[in-house]
Unconditional design. Structure first.
Length: 136
């Protein structure tokens, strides 16, 4: 069984998965996100510092969470990707859709730098999401 620890800093929900977001872990992550997201929690950072593997099921959960959050004016961002996880995102071309940062602090700070107007308005599904490596 995977453990997904969560914390809230300001109005940003931080999810900290361990080791792998594989088929069983993806289901647990999805359940965790569903249970924690509500109207006040529209900003999510997944801290991938301990994640060494992500399966297609895990990628699907991230994309579904992004879509759900976008509908209510929120967003999901990834922090501290390992080389293998970054490679999977690149090969699947999701590094052009999901936003990620080198550090957890950079990911958290990015929500505050975006401004309240963008975070409170639903995102246009056609909006062009780009990689924000932070710290570079």
């Amino acid at each position: 069984m995977r453990h997904y620890f969560h914390d809230i800093q300001g109005n940003v929900l931080i999810i900290d998965p361990d080791e792998a977001i594989d088929t069983s872990g993806a289901k647990e992550l999805d359940t965790t996100l569903e249970g924690l997201l509500d109207g006040d929690r529209r900003r999510v950072v997944i801290d991938c510092g301990d994640v060494r593997h992500i399966s297609s099921a895990g990628l699907g959960v991230l994309m579904m969470a992004r879509r759900r959050l976008a509908k209510i004016g929120g967003d999901i961002r990834l922090a501290r990707l390992s080389g293998p996880v970054a490679s999977v995102l690149h090969v699947s071309m999701l590094d052009t859709v999901l936003t990620f940062y080198h550090t957890l602090d950079d990911a958290l700070r990015s929500f505050h730098e975006d401004g309240a107007a963008r975070d409170n308005a639903p995102l246009d599904e056609s909006e062009d999401f780009r990689l924000h490596p932070g710290g570079e």
